[in-house]
Design a binder for this molecule. Structure first.
Ligand SMILES: Cc1ncc(COP(=O)(O)O)c(C=O)c1O
Length: 422
């Protein structure tokens, strides 16, 4: 463990602070796929920080772009009719990257994934209010789905502990078993299709434990949503910007989402940014006529110039270095490195194969006996100089997209050694 302070005033997200206080793992430096703790120990970043360091850490080109924008104008409000050249340029760029797959799409920006989810949820409900179907209020999601921790994101969470212990949440939500078409159809029937506003779906479930979709699932949900007039919100906060080898995560399947949420990899975490790509088909009630009402929603830092400059440079780097193509070339090799762990006694299943993310789920009997085994395994792997993320039934890996084949082997070997010790 790195040199932790004896006490902390930083309340860590998703952390048992009584246990963490005085036992923090303090990271102070990072370069590409490597990070260093305060004692100078080096670790392979097997998780791209929190699924976001897609271009890798410490790029001076990013620092320069951020510096240049800061010197010119750090930020200015984009509420009402205000804009800045950088946000206009970024939105044009994002729409170009969508290649017309959502018509002439529009972009609503915020400061992260949670903002994007709340935007998509409110926009879905507002759209139906303005389109003569005000009874469409239910928001459907999936078991194990994670959509952040803002108000709507908490209400639609598919990881049950994230919804619990808070008193009443918004009632008009429901969850269907992930990757189960019949379960989704049944839930829609139970609610009444005409009452469902939107269905939220991660193409590959991330924080819920890395669950790639079953064969045909994504196309099937596209068809079901179309048939019932339900808006399909693809949550690509993790899956976008190269994690699945495409810009918006959904392009690997033959679907046309109504909205796509993105964050994390859009700036590779150099600065906070998130947003929603909105299908042209939803814009009518808001954009067609000067007398159309405003969407009364938006966060202070929407269209923040310096965050947008970071996104533009990040996208430029991804394109120049062919990082999307690299993921498509590497995804099988990456998954093979993890599949090699499948035979281990302590392993229940290995999940992945779509994009650069995978998880090693522990044997259910072991988990029943030692519920803390995923956290223990995470620490054992860390002791071997590799950072992986304890999640649900095991540990997950999602390195920067710049990672090379030898890094995949290092992650897998460190997990194998950790499993042995476990
Ligand atoms: C799929 C998904 N949606 C939404 C979010 C929320 O994003 P943020 O933490 O930036 O609010 C996350 C965060 O991990 C996520 O994985």
């Amino acid at each position: 463990m790195s040199n932790p302070p004896t006490k902390t005033n930083f309340w860590h997200p998703f952390a048992p602070m009584g246990a963490v206080d005085g036992h923090e793992f303090v990271i102070e430096r990072a370069d590409d796929v490597w990070v260093w703790d305060t004692d100078g120990n080096r670790y392979l970043d097997g998780t791209a920080s929190l699924w976001y360091s897609n271009i890798g850490h410490g790029r001076s080109e990013m620092a320069d772009a951020i510096h240049d924008q800061m010197e010119k104008m750090e930020a200015y409000s984009a509420f009402g009719d205000l804009a800045n050249p950088t946000v206009l340029q970024l939105c044009d760029r994002l729409v170009d990257l969508s290649e017309g797959r959502m018509g002439e799409a529009k972009v609503f920006l915020g400061a992260g994934g949670g903002d994007a989810i709340d935007t998509a949820a409110k926009l879905a409900r507002r759209y139906w209010q303005l389109s003569g179907e005000p009874e469409r209020v239910h928001l459907l999601s999936r078991t194990q789905g994670y959509h952040g921790t803002h108000g709507f994101g908490t209400a639609i969470a598919g990881i049950e502990p994230n919804r619990e212990g808070l008193g009443p949440l918004m009632e008009e939500t429901a969850r269907a078993a992930h990757h189960d078409i019949q379960a989704l159809e049944a839930e829609i029937e139970r609610l009444g299709p005409e009452t469902v506003a939107a269905f939220f779906c991660e193409p590959v479930i991330g924080a819920g434990g890395v669950h790639p979709p079953s064969e045909g699932y994504i196309e099937a949900i596209g068809e079901i949503c179309k048939r019932h007039g339900i808006l399909l919100v693809i949550d690509s906060v993790i899956c976008g910007f190269g994690r699945l080898g495409t810009w918006f995560g959904f392009e690997r399947w033959d679907i046309e989402p109504d909205m796509v949420t993105f964050a994390k990899g859009v700036t590779s975490g150099y600065l906070p940014l998130g947003g929603v790509l909105i299908n042209q088909s939803l814009t009518g009630p808001f954009w067609d006529d000067p007398s159309d009402p405003p969407f009364r929603h938006g966060q202070t830092y929407a269209g923040h110039s310096t965050c947008c400059a970071a996104a533009l440079k990040n996208i430029e780097i991804m394109e120049r270095e062919g990082l999307l193509e690299k993921v498509l070339e590497n995804e099988k090799i990456f998954f093979d490195a993890f599949s090699a762990l499948d035979g281990h006694d302590a392993v229940g299943e290995v999940r992945g194969g779509v994009g650069l993310l995978a998880a090693v789920g522990l044997d259910p009997d072991l988990l029943a006996e030692r519920p803390s085994a995923p956290v223990e395994l995470g620490k054992l792997v860390r002791d071997r100089g590799v950072l992986v993320r304890p999640l649900g039934d095991g540990v997950a890996a999602s390195p920067p997209l710049t990672a090379e084949l030898e890094h995949f082997g290092e992650i897998s070997s460190a997990i194998a050694a950790g499993l042995e010790e476990l």
